[in-house]
Design a protein around this ligand. Structure first.
Ligand code: SF4
Ligand code: SF4
Ligand code: SF4
Ligand code: FES
Length: 951
């Protein structure tokens, strides 16, 4: 057996608590009731041969290799499907059993190519292992009869092959697709000898429902389903456990390596966030890390129209430091700042904010969470006392009612979506509040009980209407409210929410959702048992994003759905380390641990630790930095890992701000959109090239481990350290663990966190301190972090972004499974085969009145700008609403979005833009100028010979 393969107990753990005593091969065993004989035997080191069984899947009992004898029982039952019972006596090995197993294996092998030596699975093949385990030495049947050896190979999937001649029809792949992934893309057609596995209706994988999660490849005991990277590079020889750098699920992976080359990423069975599952991004889309577009040499230039000059690290860092000092000398201390990214580790973001506060001497540090989940921080902190999600992902398995608001988990948080779908298949009820019919509304074996198809921008009216029903129909959990919440604030809220203007009937004309549906959904949420809310950027990226988060918190508190398994308020964070970058004090008003910069004691703590005097006034938020740049008072910016030129709203405004600065320092992997406006480029390192930690959406801190040397020579934290030193502020860390030690010394929520503990436990959910040394899976269990839960008013205020005869449609945006955020990583992988461009979804009615056909180019014009995309006619969107993704810079989705933002946090209102759509035949003016500028920047880059590609 391969030394890299995880131990497999054959069947899942039973989960029951009652214990049963039995004897296996003369050894006494005690296991929980419901355990299979196979698993009980594995527990004492007896490995019964098996092929169709796996502890990730329900037992199936098809291969008959695992037969055993039970004293007093008849025949030879399969140990994987036979549960233990008190007093059972099992024999796993005797001549008869050996003979049966050899017979079974002989039949398998007689229809299997004997190309073991050249097979890609050689050395890591369960069939090969089992042939050895059962002592098969010869095969009596020749290949002359009917067989499957010439079955055609399917190589359509970019990442794995399907070679049916090697299939033993064990059905592990089919079951993995159903039970783990929940996509039901594979079928087992036919019976007996004729049975075969196929994607959907005998389609190629690429044409089928398959979402390329890799669960079937992982489950396959032969080389039938095999990663192309393994076929090309051979079996890996060592592995390192690390964490996916894509979404906020934070899946744990084993990077399986050959030397310093990643052969494949295998989801870690012991991963606490993903339990061995993955999606196409984390599993397969890691090739960007070694893409030729990577820039690995530092570069400088004095103007955007000059070609880049490759320089040494010393020169680049020295130049950047001198420029920042020059700018501060000329324009003042507040004229420079830094932006951190949720793609970076905790340690990196901590260091950037430390550099800004201690070396720049101001609080001008912000992070990309500004443009996604800052309202979550505000809303949950004010109501619960802690600005984070309340649950573990596993908690969903105890939910009876799941309310998904403004999130698209199957695309944005795929592994968590698989858990959620599993719970829904077990019978949990589902309410989806979304303007668009996301996949969850109806997919195989999942159907939403309510789809509240609201008009974009009316979230608060909807949540108020739901709460109104709860309050008016006596569905408040009075005992919870009285014992756990601030009663005065509750009474005020109750009075407010009961007002007629918040009734479903009154809000129907705003939201477009029929009152009866709202009433039904509210009753279900309040009375259906454990009710859990999951929400995403469809909640936060609005002018009332913070109000909506508060509305959600109010609803959960009013119904007592906080503080235990199966309930809670769960923001689904978009990027891998959104939670962490917020925790680490990346905001201009907060130190690490969400403590305001004006707080004297906190400032004194950091001043002592860092040996500097710190600023007591909050610094500039990202949009304020842009405004100040255009005013001429903000001239220098250090951006680590974030592509503000693509991801921030109102692109033309952002670009004008960037152009007006005198020194933009970009630390990144590629010449991204922002780097085209940079004067200093510092080559960053990918997640494979560094040590650190990410914190996922469930507050889980997980290790990121270096599997190869940084291509540019340094990990990102080292670059920040060099820059701080060059600025005259000494930093002397020799490893990120020392940075974490400092974080834990200075941040109450991280008090008990250390690399040693992370290595020991695998991951830790903060808060972690003396009282909770192993972390906190569920928050607010006995009391809210702030003491009593606090209710706040949530008056609905319509967005200023109105439709009109000039702009009659509402544009809303979202994500797609195969691409990630600005796409800089996924566009450099074969994931683009699924989604090669952003398109505009438009309802057939709106398309028809505009004469737009499927695939036509359409101009999308807003009050901010205009871009051109291809149209997809789709009933997923409602009439009056159009939708697009934003993964490609040339799409210019943010050229159209406005600078409207959340009243409390400035989070941009990405989700509501009034637009007009018309059929066109040429790119927009912005797109033409974008192309010209990109070509110019690429040719300036080429002149240095530094790298090939843009953004
Ligand atoms: S890759 Fe995932 S979705 Fe595709 S067939 Fe396999 S298990 Fe199903
Ligand atoms: S493809 Fe692999 S997992 Fe699926 S039935 Fe064939 S051998 Fe089993
Ligand atoms: S679900 Fe998210 S964290 Fe997990 S593999 Fe996919 S992108 Fe990575
Ligand atoms: S492993 Fe038990 S029947 Fe296949």
């Amino acid at each position: 057996m391969s030394h890299l393969r995880d131990r497999d107990y054959g069947t899942p753990a039973s989960g029951l608590s009652q214990l049963v005593n039995l004897e296996i091969d003369g050894f006494r065993v005690t296991v929980p009731e419901g355990t299979s004989v196979m698993r009980a035997a594995a527990g004492i080191g007896i490995e019964i041969p098996k092929l169709c069984a796996s502890d990730s899947l329900d037992p199936f009992g098809s291969c008959r290799l695992c037969v055993v004898q039970i004293e007093g029982g008849r025949g030879y039952p399969a140990s994987c499907t036979t549960p233990v019972y008190e007093g059972m006596k099992v024999c796993t090995q005797n001549d008869k059993l050996a003979q049966i197993r050899r017979g079974v294996m002989e039949l398998y092998i007689s229809d299997h190519p004997l190309d073991c030596l050249t097979c890609s699975a050689n050395g890591n093949c369960e069939l090969q292992d089992m042939a050895g385990a059962v002592g098969l030495r010869e095969v009596r049947y020749g290949y002359d009869g009917e067989n499957h050896l010439r079955a055609e190979k399917d190589e359509s999937n970019p990442y794995f092959t399907f070679e049916p001649s090697k299939c033993i029809v064990c059905s592990r792949c089919v079951r993995a697709c159903e039970e783990i992934q929940g996509t039901f893309a594979l079928t087992l057609d036919g019976r007996g000898f004729d049975s075969k596995v196929s994607p959907s209706q005998m389609e190629a994988f690429m044409d089928s429902e398959c979402v390329s999660c890799g669960a079937c490849v992982q489950a396959c005991p032969t080389a039938t389903l095999m990663e192309k990277s393994v076929i090309e590079r051979g079996q890996p020889e060592h592995s390192v456990i690390t964490t996916c750098a894509y979404c906020g699920v934070g899946c744990s992976f084993k990077a399986e390596m050959k030397g310093s080359e990643v052969v494949r990423m295998v989801p870690n069975k012991d991963g606490h966030a993903n339990h061995g599952h993955s999606c196409v991004k984390g599993r397969f889309a890691f090739g960007y890390a070694t893409h030729p577009d990577r820039i690995t040499k530092p570069m400088i230039r004095s103007s955007l129209h000059e070609s880049w000059r490759e320089v040494s690290w010393e020169e680049a860092v020295h130049y950047a430091a001198l420029e920042f000092k020059r700018i501060q000398g000329k324009y003042g201390r507040y004229s420079v700042g830094g932006i951190t990214s949720s793609r970076c580790t905790n340690e990196e973001t901590y260091l950037v904010q430390k550099l800004v506060r201690a070396a720049f001497g101001n609080n001008n540090v912000d992070t990309c969470a500004r443009v996604c989940h800052s309202p979550t921080g505000y809303g949950l902190k004010r109501t619960f006392g802690e600005s984070s999600g309340t649950q573990t992902f596993d908690s969903v398995m105890k939910a009876d009612v799941i309310l998904v608001i403004g999130a698209n988990p199957t695309d944005g948080h795929p592994v968590f979506a698989s858990f959620m779908k599993k719970r829904l298949r077990q019978g949990a009820k589902l309410i989806v509040a979304d303007p668009r019919a996301i996949d969850l509304v109806q997919s195989p074996h999942v159907k939403a009980d309510y789809h509240l198809k609201l008009r974009p921008g009316t979230n608060v009216a909807l949540i108020n209407a739901i709460a109104h029903v709860v309050a008016m129909e006596g569905l408040i959990d009075e005992a919870f409210v009285q014992s756990r919440c601030d009663v005065a604030s509750f009474n005020k809220w109750r009075e407010f929410i009961q007002q007629d203007r918040n009734s479903p009937e009154s809000s129907e004309r705003l939201t477009g959702v029929p009152a009866e549906l709202v009433r039904g959904a509210a009753r279900l949420y309040a009375t259906g048992g454990n009710a859990a809310i999951y929400y995403g950027l469809g909640v936060t990226e609005h002018s009332q994003g913070s109000t909506m988060v508060i509305g959600i918190a109010n609803l959960a508190m009013a119904t007592g759905n906080i503080g235990r398994d199966g309930v809670g308020v769960n923001p689904l964070r978009g990027q891998n380390n959104v939670q962490g970058s917020c925790d680490m004090g990346s905001f201009p008003h907060e130190f690490p641990g969400y403590r305001h910069v004006s707080d004297f004691d906190t400032r004194a703590l950091f001043e002592t630790a860092w040996g500097v005097t710190l600023e007591a006034e909050p610094g500039l938020r990202i949009p304020n930095m842009f405004a100040a740049a255009l005013d001429g008072s903000f001239k220098g910016l250090y951006v680590e890992g974030e592509d503000i030129a693509q991801s921030d709203p109102d692109t033309q405004h952002v670009l004008a701000a960037l152009r007006s600065m005198e020194c933009v320092v970009v630390q990144d992997l590629f010449l991204n959109e922002t780097a085209k406006f940079a004067h200093v480029f510092l080559p960053g390192s990918s997640f494979l090239e560094k040590n650190g930690t990410f914190t996922n959406a469930e507050r889980r801190i997980s290790p990121v481990r270096k599997v190869m040397a940084p291509l540019g020579g340094y990990e990102d934290w080292e670059i920040t350290q060099m820059l701080a030193n060059a600025l005259g502020y000494p930093m002397n860390y020799s490893h990120p663990s020392e940075i974490m030690d400092e974080i834990s010394r200075l941040t109450p929520q991280f008090k008990g966190v250390s690399y040693e503990k992370l290595d020991r436990l695998g991951s830790i959910q903060w808060p972690c301190d003396e009282k909770t040394p192993e972390g906190t899976p569920i928050m607010h269990t006995d009391r809210f972090v702030r003491g009593n839960g606090f209710f706040m008013m949530t008056e609905y205020v319509p967005t200023q972004e109105r439709t009109s005869s000039r702009f009659p449609l509402i544009l809303t945006t979202g994500r797609i499974l195969s691409q990630y955020n600005v796409g800089a990583q996924t566009r450099r992988t074969r994931n683009s085969e699924w989604h090669p461009e952003d398109r505009l979804e438009i309802h057939p009615h709106d398309a028809e009145v505009r004469g737009v056909g499927d695939g036509d180019w359409v101009g999308i014009k807003s009050r901010s700008g205009e871009t051109v995309l291809r149209a997809v006619i789709s009933e997923r969107v409602q009439p009056g609403v159009v939708y697009t993704t934003f993964h490609f810079p040339e799409s210019g989705a943010n050229v159209i979005t406005t600078d409207n933002s959340d009243w409390a946090t400035n989070c941009p209102e990405y989700k509501v833009t009034a637009v007009q759509v018309t059929r066109v035949s040429a790119p927009s003016e912005w797109q033409r100028s974008y192309r010209a500028f990109t070509e110019q920047q690429l040719s300036l880059l080429e002149q240095t010979g530094a790298g090939a590609g843009a953004g």
